[in-house]
Design a protein around this ligand. Sequence first.
Ligand code: FMN
Length: 213
Amino acid sequence: MVIFVRRKSKIYNMIKLVIIFLFSLLTSSLFAQDIQLPTPDKKGGKTLMQALSERKSSREFKEKELPNDVLSNLLWAANGFNREGKRTAPTANNRQELELYVVMKSGIYFYNAREHKLLLIKNGDYRKSAGTQAYVANAPVNILFVSDSGKASGKNYAYTDCGFVSQNIYLYCASEGLATVVRGSYDKKALEELLLLPASQEVLLTQTVGYPK
Ligand SMILES: Cc1cc2nc3c(=O)[nH]c(=O)nc-3n(C[C@H](O)[C@H](O)[C@H](O)COP(=O)(O)O)c2cc1C
């Protein structure tokens, strides 16, 4: 009798574990989560002169998503930390007022550069809202440049700082054979509402990235 009860509770426990496992599998596939990016590969890529030769704007993208290692390299190249407390792109007076949001099929993420991690802000596909040109809805990645006026050394410098990050993205894409275009074509107010930005923060530029068609 004791053996039978023990065996029964073992089976119940196993069933419970299987249910929990299946449930977590289902929810993780339905709902996006934070993404811990792998360590960026800082050794690869074309030479700087080759990348400069191939830098260009492209507006046709495959639907194919970027794997996490490519996403990791892209975001690190764009505005990651490359030494203690400082980044791949300069900012006036080292204010580091610029942060990146990433709009993908699975959701909208904040790029936490210090932890090299994508923090989920919104679950779901908002790519269509990332710009006013048709290709943004199909491209796998739209990057939003969000500047904090409370930190920046003035608006002119804030815009200038965006240019460095954009060129970093252009050069990484040229080096990796990815397609990209920087964009001023987006509904600023709608995007700022979508991101629930505080009054001090605004979207100053956007950039689309994906595989060329
Ligand atoms: C600040 C800025 C805003 C831009 N906005 C857009 C845009 O909204 N849509 C677009 O298709 N291209 C946009 N572009 C890309 C330019 O059209 C492109 O850089 C230009 O035609 C030169 O082509 P290239 O980048 O291939 O040299 C923008 C470029 C810059 C620098």
